[in-house]
Design a binder for this molecule. Structure first.
Ligand SMILES: Cc1cc2nc3c(=O)[nH]c(=O)nc-3n(C[C@H](O)[C@H](O)[C@H](O)COP(=O)(O)O)c2cc1C
Length: 212
């Protein structure tokens, strides 16, 4: 029996040759599919809060950076969690790793109005009240609500990250987060799928130097 083993050993100098695999869409006709936001994949997070003295966890993937220390969370007004966040003015944002997919999906499928989700995750506390953080998450942030931008169906919370707790094993020697080790779980809406992060294909703020 012939056994073929392929070992991928890409160095950063190989990255530019990999770009030849990418598709150029210039000559492919575009179809207008209406007013759907296509900005996926996004990282999957679990937001922790307290509602009526009970811890509640909710999956949130409509999340984004604002500057370097604030986040935007877009949360449907019908959610149980919103009540606690509006009352407390605090919450936690926990990055979901691939290993956390099943409990994270569970807290995104079930409302605290119907089930007690308080024991789904073991938690620890930081400096803020009512911002329980998940022990199993490689990156957990305790946050303060600094603004609320309401749209027809959503409470859009702008939160300031007060402290970020990172599992030591995902930090490199310069204390920077190594996302290959974090293994964040990515989410996309149109087909409701979870994905993992792919390979590094370039160096930001360097690739542009090759532009002619
Ligand atoms: C992967 C995933 C991501 C989600 N992202 C969001 C989101 O960004 N905004 C939102 O309003 N609901 C989102 N949801 C839905 C809520 O997590 C879900 O309705 C949850 O049960 C509400 O919980 P609560 O009522 O206890 O607050 C998501 C669900 C899943 C499974």
């Amino acid at each position: 029996m012939l056994l073929l083993i392929k070992i991928n050993t890409y160095s950063s100098s190989d990255l530019s040759s990999k770009q030849s695999d990418t598709i150029d869409y210039t000559n492919i006709p575009k179809k207008n599919i209406g007013n759907h936001s296509p900005l996926y994949p996004t990282p999957t997070t679990v937001v922790g809060t307290t509602v009526n003295d009970t811890i509640n966890w909710i999956a949130i993937a409509h999340i984004g950076n604002i500057g370097f220390d604030c986040l935007l969370l877009s949360m449907h007004k019908s959610h149980h969690s919103n009540q606690g966040i509006i009352k407390n003015g605090t919450l936690s944002v926990n990055m979901v790793s691939e290993a956390m997919m099943i409990p994270a999906d569970y807290v995104g499928m079930n409302s605290g109005k119907d089930v007690d989700k308080s024991e789904v995750f073991d938690y620890f506390e930081g400096t803020l009240q009512n911002a329980p953080m998940i022990k199993a998450s490689p990156i957990a942030m305790e946050c303060e609500v600094i603004d609320l931008y309401e749209t027809e169906h959503h409470d859009n919370f702008i939160v300031k990250v007060v402290n970020t707790y990172v599992s030591e094993t995902v930090l490199d020697e310069n204390e920077k987060i190594d996302f290959n080790k974090v293994k964040p779980l990515l989410f996309e809406m149109p087909n409701k799928g979870y994905y993992k992060v792919g390979e590094r294909v370039g160096d930001a703020w360097k690739e542009g130097n090759k532009y002619q």
